[in-house]
Write a protein that binds this ligand. Structure first.
Ligand code: SAM
Length: 281
């Protein structure tokens, strides 16, 4: 069939199945072939690749993925979409559609432990839980190329000291190298979202760029530091209910790191948080 990235083809399919867009599932379907091609090329998909697509919708990007990849697994939560996908993906025999919630799927079992590339136009309401879930479950992903809200992409890529820098930047940059590939305006989607979007590629590390003895403690420190952004790091850590550190321990650790007692968390690099964690551990 003709590609769904042609807006008229999308309109015809939506009408044929009387499909009603579900806001609660973050449904904004792509209707721009150039954007889809840009996502596929920056994800660097070849016939040797197994791809996990999160939220195929009516299959717009899946059609391109099926043509580029060896095998595609597409996980879609909406019960009304598999019947449509049967028609829109009928030309391809290398796509498996799973009608389930991505947060509940055992991805490693589904993809038989093979290395995978994740590609998605993500539902914006659960972008962070999806991305963090992929990292924390240590699925064997080599890269994650996703459309997200522009502001979220900026936060993922932000460097220490910038206004967008925060717990999400540090969490993402512990697992992957982020690179914003393109900004995408609302008119590339149906219906149009209220926010700007961006494609970001996260190239996953085999091993984190910093060594830390206790990852859990480091992420607790990071959360505490950014929960109280306007406080000094020292006060934020001492006031956190998640942590159990004395003022003296924090002062000593800051001194060992050659940081001022009035330093704020938002200026610390991932490496400095890792050192701080080792000193307080
Ligand atoms: N990939 C399609 C495209 O680009 O046109 C649709 C993208 S749309 C932004 C997000 C898709 O994710 C929707 O089809 C939605 O139903 C699906 N979705 C939302 N929450 C999900 C979840 N928890 N698990 C799997 N799919 C989900």
């Amino acid at each position: 069939m003709e590609k769904l990235s042609n807006p008229q083809v999308t309109i015809d399919i939506i009408k044929k199945y009387n499909f009603a867009f579900q806001k609660r599932f973050g449904q904004n379907f792509l209707i721009d072939g150039h954007v889809v091609e840009k996502i596929i090329s920056s994800a660097d998909i070849t016939r040797d690749d197994t791809v996990l697509e999160i939220g195929p919708g009516i299959g717009t990007m899946t059609q391109y993925l099926a043509e580029a990849a060896g095998q595609v697994y597409a996980v879609e939560i909406d019960k009304n979409l598999p019947i449509i996908l049967e028609e829109t993906l009928a030309d391809y025999n290398n796509v498996t559609v799973i009608n389930d919630d991505i947060l509940k799927v055992d991805i490693e079992k589904l993809t038989e432990g093979k290395p995978i590339k994740v590609v998605a136009n993500l539902p914006y309401y659960i972008t962070t839980p999806i991305i963090m879930g992929l990292f924390e479950k240590h699925i064997p992903a080599t890269s994650i190329t996703v459309m997200v809200q522009k502001e979220v992409a900026q936060r993922m890529q932000a460097a220490p000291g910038s206004k967008d820098y925060g717990a999400l930047s540090l969490a993402v940059q512990y697992y992957a190298a982020p690179y914003i590939v393109a900004n995408v305006p609302p008119n590339c989607f149906m219906p149009r979202p209220n926010v700007g979007s961006a494609v970001i590629r996260l190239t996953c590390y085999d091993k984190p760029p910093v060594e830390v003895e206790n990852e859990t403690l480091m992420f607790k420190l990071i959360r505490a530091a950014f929960n109280q952004r306007r406080k000094t790091l020292q006060n934020a850590l001492n006031n956190s209910s998640e942590l159990n550190v004395t003022k003296e321990q924090v002062v000593n650790a800051l001194r060992a790191l050659e940081l001022s007692e009035t330093v704020r968390g938002e200026t610390l690099s991932l490496e400095q948080f890792a050192h701080l964690s080792d000193l307080l551990g």
